[in-house]
Design a protein around this ligand. Structure first.
Ligand code: ADP
Ligand code: TRP
Length: 320
């Protein structure tokens, strides 16, 4: 089974990205041939700072490796290193009905957020279809917001197969359960666009500042605290052992502990959970050549997967 997913380098990974995407992706590397890439071509639709794009792409690669992605098992690469992807995207665009893209809500959402209506933003799902179809992917783990893009991918694949014969494998989406989305420091879903994130490997002092600034209500120290919607509990649940978590829940229920104390426990929990990964990160980051080698090797392997698919397609459509 070939598993494929991508992440845009639009910022540094935060706890939501880790528990929602990176951790499950890393676990999946045991289940089949995993291909994970940094979607830098997609990020060009919104990122205008070249240094930030390069830096974030590199940092995400290092974070993935530090968190347990094993380059001997999974293939980690930059989207832009796979030169057939823009070509495939173009070919797919020639059979993609305008109406299919016009219906995509992520495009409409981005315009509503004030983004410039560029052709790239509009055809974003076609590039994503190219990412998926190029490698004969079987399974594509994504968040709910990407579900429609998977449907577009399947529609485009069916269209090509109807026109030219059996070219593409139809990928299955694996939609993550987002009922357990990680809350941000303000209690809403943690997201770069809400400015409420805690980055994975923050230095100690900014990390402390962020955790201590988590929004809380004005329940007095001695009173029981509401459990529902508490960002402290929502994050702690992921980093603490189940007994520590239960103890915190109990302390919320009985009262007598202030939010400041809960935040200190949470800070300890986050520090402890990521301590081994932080050490591994330092080791990896100290050898930039090694990170580059891993990404180049990944790109080479991914290209080898894409080559027979592209040969099949080019031949079928009359290019060779
Ligand atoms: P952001 O909302 O910060 O821009 P992205 O949309 O780039 O994050 O998300 C990248 C991946 O991380 C997606 O697969 C998404 O489902 C996952 N993810 C992002 N935020 C959270 C969260 N708060 N909880 C769980 N998963 C999340
Ligand atoms: N659009 C995805 C996101 O914003 C990233 C992405 C690009 C992707 N190409 C992909 C995800 C292919 C899965 C498969 O999260």
């Amino acid at each position: 089974m070939r598993i494929l997913s991508g992440i845009q380098p639009t910022g540094l990974p935060h706890l939501g990205n880790y528990f929602g995407m990176m951790k499950p992706a890393i676990e999946l590397q045991q289940k089949g041939e995993a291909l994970y890439f940094i979607a830098d071509l997609h990020a060009l639709t919104t990122v205008r700072d070249p240094e930030a794009l390069r830096r974030n792409s590199r940092e995400i690669a290092i974070d993935f490796l530090a968190c347990g992605l094993d380059p001997a098992r999974a293939c980690l690469f930059r989207q832009s290193d796979i030169t057939c992807i823009p070509e495939l995207s173009w070919i797919l665009s020639t059979v993609t009905p305008m109406g299919l893209l016009e219906r995509c809500h992520s495009y409409k959402d981005k315009l509503a957020k004030g983004l410039h209506a560029s052709l790239g933003l509009f055809s974003y799902p076609v590039l994503m279809a190219a990412d998926i179809l190029a490698y004969d992917s079987d399974l594509v783990p994504v968040g709910k917001d990407q579900k429609q893009h998977l449907e577009v991918t399947r529609d485009i694949a069916v269209k090509i197969n109807e026109l030219y014969g059996d070219i593409f494998k139809l990928p299955e989406p694996m939609i993550r359960d987002e009922s357990a989305a990680i809350p941000g420091t303000d209690g809403a879903k943690m997201s770069k666009s809400y400015g409420n994130t805690i980055e994975l490997f923050m230095e100690d002092s900014p990390l402390k500042k962020k955790v201590m600034a988590i929004q809380t209500d004005s329940t007095p120290v001695e009173s029981p605290k509401p459990l529902d919607g508490s960002p402290i509990l929502g994050i702690y649940r992921h980093v603490a052992s189940s007994s520590d978590y239960t103890a915190m829940e109990e302390a919320f229920r009985t009262g007598g502990t202030g939010y400041g104390d809960f935040k200190k426990r949470l800070l300890e929990g986050v520090r402890d959970y990521f301590a081994p990964m932080r050490a591994e990160r330092q080791r990896i980051a100290s050898d930039p050549g090694e990170v580059e080698r891993i990404l180049s090797n990944g790109a080479e392997k991914a290209t080898a997967f894409a080559t027979p698919v592209m040969d099949r397609l080019r031949k079928a459509i009359g290019l060779r």
